[in-house]
Write a protein that binds this ligand. Structure first.
Ligand code: AMP
Ligand code: SF4
Length: 474
């Protein structure tokens, strides 16, 4: 089994990733001299959605000033630069891209010019037909400056604007752009939000004292003094102009497919998405996991921080006491996390240490949110055993990840996904756990609570909610 694990490990390489994870925010607040500062704080709260680049664009009477760079939000902006960014409307973006696409020119928001002015655009998600659309534009002579899907969208929108009708141009573009997207756009005197026809990527509207905010998540609303108004509907374009909200639908499809992985791992637990608290959904995942995959044990521990909430749910349901078994070093810099397997293995020990007092001589249930490549879990089980844990029962608060995401969550290719290659029993052996249990697809759907048909579960089932014309892993 160890040999098999080594072989599998060697096949895992970060540079095969090809998807983006992002967070977006937009604020409409006329006369507010602190708008760029608020975007900065709002982005800071969305930092978990992307750590590689950050950008802000500020719109003053249709003129757009922008600043983008590689790094964390606090590394990209200085106080002085934020102070110079003045306007009535602003948008911001954080991005985690993968090695191949890690270029400064790909940072967002993107700013493009058309006959009647400028548009700034921030995009979270992934188009599944971007290359087809890009080829079409290139055949017509368009010269692309970046390698991101967002520029394809921006170019089509700019080309489609007739008589200043931006929403019409967006609607026309969205009819041919397939995939997942939450967009924040500013142009003229408007702040515009757009959500894809299935609502795969999140976007929510809040009301502030002075205006409105659009954000990927609600976790920044308290900080911004915003009250949640509502989630943007799938297939909706929402416009804020002159302090008024207007809305149009470019797609009237009945299906909604919110991303289940947002609830399992990606979003912050203090966000509410499509009306459902991420915290409560995760807690319920843990409870359902305890019902479906019980274990005889003395203590339930979490893999921090991603497994914390589910572990508490597991403990509550099972009656086994919750304990802290692993301490996380929160200051492990990104420099440590080099994209090769050897560094990844070392980085687990840099990041986590066992609290011996809670695991020595005990039968431990270890709850994690998900297993993707399976390398982290094996390392942690070894740490626990080395510290004297008698048994380690690994419980995973989502189903096995068997298929890649094509809609904006950075999962590796299929060949790198442990559950795509191995059975649960084989995985158990490779990880070195005494038992291994996953939450079922229905158990997860019920915990999310949006209705079994209303969530995307493609990375757990291979059942994609749309055609994939450019699928790269066939
Ligand atoms: P591994 O199985 O070694 O790939 O690690 C899985 C762990 O990585 C999970 O427990 C999550 O906490 C975290 N994780 C899951 N999905 C992602 C993702 N898309 N990007 C980064 N980390 C992730
Ligand atoms: Fe979310 Fe998975 Fe669907 Fe991607 S495939 S949108 S990660 S549920």
């Amino acid at each position: 089994m160890a040999e098999e694990m080594n072989k599998f490990s060697r096949e895992l390489r970060d540079d095969d990733h090809f998807h983006d994870e992002c967070g977006v925010i937009g604020i409409y607040s006329p006369g507010d001299t602190g708008i760029a500062r608020d975007i900065y704080f709002g982005l800071h709260s969305l930092q978990h959605r992307g750590q590689e680049s950050a950008g802000i664009a500020v719109n003053r009477y249709g003129n757009i000033d922008y600043h983008r760079g590689m790094g964390l939000v606090q590394e990209v902006f200085s106080d002085d630069r934020i102070r110079t960014m003045q306007g009535d409307i602003a948008i911001g973006h954080v991005r985690y891209s993968t090695t191949g696409a890690s270029l400064a020119c790909n940072a967002q928001p993107l700013v493009v010019f058309f006959k009647g002015g400028a548009i700034a655009l921030g995009h979270n998600g992934n188009l599944v037909n971007a290359n087809i659309l890009r080829d079409e534009l290139q055949d017509e002579g368009y010269l692309f400056q970046t390698t991101i899907d967002t520029e394809v969208l921006a170019a089509y929108i700019a080309r489609n604007i007739k008589d200043g009708d931006i929403e019409g141009a967006i609607a026309k573009t969205m009819k041919i752009a397939q995939g997942a997207y939450a967009l924040v756009i500013t142009s003229g005197e408007k702040l515009i939000g757009v959500r894809d026809p299935l609502g795969l990527r999140p976007l929510v509207l809040g009301k502030t004292k002075n205006g409105y905010v659009l954000s990927s998540e609600t976790c920044n609303f308290n900080l911004l003094g915003a009250e949640k108004v509502r989630d943007i509907d799938p297939g909706e374009i929402i416009t804020i102009e002159n302090g008024e909200i207007s809305s149009m639908k470019f797609d009237f499809g009945e299906t909604r497919k919110t991303c289940s992985f947002e609830y399992v791992y990606f979003a912050r637990p203090d966000s509410v998405m499509d009306g459902r608290s991420i915290y409560l959904a995760r807690h319920e995942c843990g409870k359902n996991l305890a019902k479906e995959q019980p274990a005889e044990a003395d203590v339930v521990i979490a893999v921090p921080d991603s497994g914390n909430v589910a572990a508490m749910g597991y403990a509550e349901q099972s009656g086994i006491p919750f304990g802290i078994g692993l301490i996380k070093n929160r200051y492990v810099g990104r420099t440590f996390i080099q994209p090769d397997q050897k560094m990844r293995d070392i980085s687990v020990r840099l990041k986590l240490n066992v609290l011996k007092e809670n695991v020595e001589g005990k039968r431990v249930v270890m709850v994690d949110d998900s297993i993707v490549r399976g390398t982290t879990s094996g390392q942690i089980v070894r740490l626990l055993k080395d510290a004297g844990a008698k048994e380690v029962h690994l419980r995973v608060a989502c189903p096995p990840v068997t298929d890649p995401c094509f809609f904006g969550i950075d999962t590796p290719e299929k060949k790198q996904l442990m559950a795509a290659k191995y059975s649960v029993e084989e995985m158990r052996g490779m990880i070195g756990a005494d038992s291994l249990g996953f939450l079922s697809v229905d158990g997860m759907k019920d915990a999310i609570g949006l209705g079994r048909d209303n969530v995307c579960t493609a990375c757990f089932t291979g059942d994609y909610p749309m055609e994939l014309p450019e699928r790269k892993d066939k």
